[in-house]
Ligand binder design. Structure first.
Ligand SMILES: *Cc1c(COP(=O)(O)O)cnc(C)c1O
Length: 219
């Protein structure tokens, strides 16, 4: 089932050049292995301990994405191997990623998470904070800010979700017009319930969990 679901997504996303990250939080190592065997190499996890445990048990060529809120004191555990930290929600966190990347002598790629949802439970930075950071990238030489990430409101109101995706896309376009490095080219938006809308609105990377793996246990 996992392999079928995975191929189904790739068939729809590949022609559009949209990248697929399989969100494997709360899924077993066996389930991740099934997706890996089907060809998946990009997996997203929300929690540092779970990510570190799984990384140690799974093939080394997996690109691990951290997509959940990251506490500054835990950056050191993922810095040696993480592929993309999608959930940078403060300048303080970015500064810690810079510090740990330098320690590991590697460059770490990140996305800046923007608050687009109306609910205040969703985290992310304001547009002003994002612009501030992009204006001082020289302060983070070991960090590559490759784009933006956003989570839409959890609602059946598709017009609301659509307008939130449009908000993220127009911020992205404005930043590009103002001048950003060429590698700033990713917009991570869209999950199992709203990915089609996100792709229509310009997503370059979708984060799909339950539609590939089935419902999550112990949530
Ligand atoms: C859990 C999660 C997803 C995947 O959610 P599904 O609805 O299962 O596809 C995507 N992005 C983030 C940030 C998540 O926490």
């Amino acid at each position: 089932m996992i392999a079928t679901n995975y191929h189904h997504f790739r068939q729809q996303l590949d022609p559009k050049g949209v990248k697929l990250v399989a969100v494997s939080k709360f899924q077993s190592v066996e389930a991740i292995h099934a997706a890996y065997e089907a060809g998946c190499r990009d997996f997203g996890e929300n929690y540092v301990q779970e990510l570190v445990d799984k990384q140690a048990q799974l093939p080394a060529d997996i690109a691990w994405h951290l997509i959940g809120h990251l506490q500054t004191n835990k950056v050191k555990y993922v810095a040696p191997f993480v592929h993309l930290i999608q959930s940078v929600d403060s300048r303080k966190l970015l500064a810690e990623i810079q510090k740990q990347a330098a320690k590991c002598q590697r460059t770490i790629q990140v996305l800046l998470q923007v608050q687009i949802a109306v609910e205040d439970t969703k985290t992310g930075m304001s547009e002003e904070e994002v612009e501030g950071i992009l204006g001082e990238l020289g302060a983070f030489p070991e960090v590559q800010v490759v784009g933006l990430m956003g989570m839409a409101s959890f609602t059946d109101d598709l017009a609301q979700v659509q307008s939130e995706f449009q908000q993220l896309k127009s911020l992205f376009d404005r930043l590009v017009a103002q001048g950003v490095p060429a590698y700033f080219n990713q917009i991570s938006m869209g999950m199992s319930g709203d990915w089609q809308l996100a792709v229509e609105e310009g997503s370059t990377l979708v984060r799909i969990g339950s539609a590939i793996f089935g419902e999550r246990k112990n949530q």
